[in-house]
Structures are given as structure tokens and as C-alpha cells.
Design a protein around this ligand. Structure first.
Ligand code: PNS
Length: 170
């Protein structure tokens, strides 16, 4: 068995399109647990995102400023290779409800098979945020609903700016 690293680096991967208060809660709690936490956005060309990777990175930078041991990055290809390139021993993921479990289990087992030395650590979402997902935030916003309290204020402001630009363009 390999030795416990003296400096534990964790990668918190995701799409973050956009970052929600649920993600931010996990980042805050993760930053207290690990020496360094890298929030990494998947560069997935097949998905049609609301925000570009660059915009999502900007928003992440804005909201993690308060946490000196939190960094922001993006990746292509296998998550475990990205984690290994950062010498990360941990992948951090959040679980909201039992419905998340199957998808997370599959990913964890696949990642473990690819790189058994990298451990996935789960944190239960704070109950205040356990119903929030990026997909639902976008849907509610699109349909004119109130998203304040669901995403950081800077993200809400960006979404509003995006909407008024598209209205002006229409
Ligand atoms: O926020 P999401 O969309 O649930 O995050 C999913 C993510 C980025 C963690 C997952 O899609 C991923 O790790 N993709 C990288 C490709 C990869 O490593 N696949 C094989 C292991 S599942």
C-alpha cells in the first residue's frame, strides 16, 4: 500500500454550466478538507453549453477568490490522467440524491480501474442545495423564473446580461 501523501491535492471535476450554490458549497467544504483543491471544467465539444469554457472559468475564478487553496483549470480526455498530471490523489464529487448514485458509482469504478491509486471521495450536498442542478437553473431562468439564491450573484448577473443581449439582438 502506498504511503499517505503529506500534501493532499483533490480535483473537483464537472461541467459547471453554470456553477451553482450547490457546487460552491462543496468547494468551500472541500477546501477545508484538502491541502489544495482544483476545480476542473471538462472541455466537452459534444455538449452544447450555455457558457463557453472560458466564461465558466472566469465565473469560477470570481467565486473561488476567497479560498486561497482553490485553483481553477479545464481538461480534455480522461479525468484520471488530468488528476495524475496534477499529482492529485483524490477526485471530489457531490451526491444530492439516490438518483445520482448509479452514475457516480459507474464513473468511480471506471476511474478506479483506470487508476487504482486515485480515490474518489463523495460529499453529501447540503440539504439547502440538494435540489439544485445547473440544468434546472437554466430551465427556470429560460422560462422567466427567479434563480436568486440558486447561483452566486455574479453568475445570475451574467445570465441576466446574456438575456438582455439576446433580447436586443432579437
Ligand atoms: O458535471 P458533470 O457533467 O456531472 O461531470 C461529469 C465529469 C466531467 C466528471 C465526467 O464526464 C468526466 O470525468 N469526464 C471525463 C472523461 C472521462 O474520464 N471518462 C471516463 C471515466 S467515467
Amino acid at each position: 500500500m502506498s504511503q499517505k501523501p503529506s500534501h493532499v491535492i483533490a480535483v473537483y471535476p464537472g461541467s459547471f454550466d453554470p456553477i451553482t450554490n450547490g457546487h460552491l458549497d462543496l468547494i468551500q467544504r472541500g477546501s477545508r478538507l484538502f491541502d489544495k483543491l482544483i476545480v476542473s471544467i471538462l472541455r466537452n465539444e459534444t455538449k452544447e453549453p450555455l457558457f463557453s469554457v472560458e466564461e465558466r472559468m472566469e465565473m469560477l475564478h470570481e467565486v473561488v477568490q476567497a479560498y486561497p487553496n482553490v485553483a481553477v483549470d479545464s481538461f480534455n480526455g480522461l479525468l484520471v490522467d488530468h488528476a495524475a498530471a496534477h499529482s492529485a490523489a483524490v477526485l471530489l464529487r457531490g451526491i444530492r440524491a439516490i438518483s445520482d448514485y448509479e452514475y457516480e458509482l459507474q464513473m468511480t469504478l471506471m476511474n478506479r480501474r483506470l487508476r487504482p491509486d486515485i480515490e474518489t471521495v463523495f460529499m453529501m450536498a447540503n440539504e439547502t442545495y440538494s435540489f439544485i442542478s445547473s440544468r434546472l437553473v437554466k430551465e427556470v431562468f429560460d422560462l422567466g423564473g427567479n434563480i436568486s439564491g440558486l447561483v452566486p450573484p455574479t453568475v445570475e448577473a451574467r445570465m441576466r446580461r446574456m438575456l438582455s443581449k439576446s433580447k436586443r439582438g432579437a
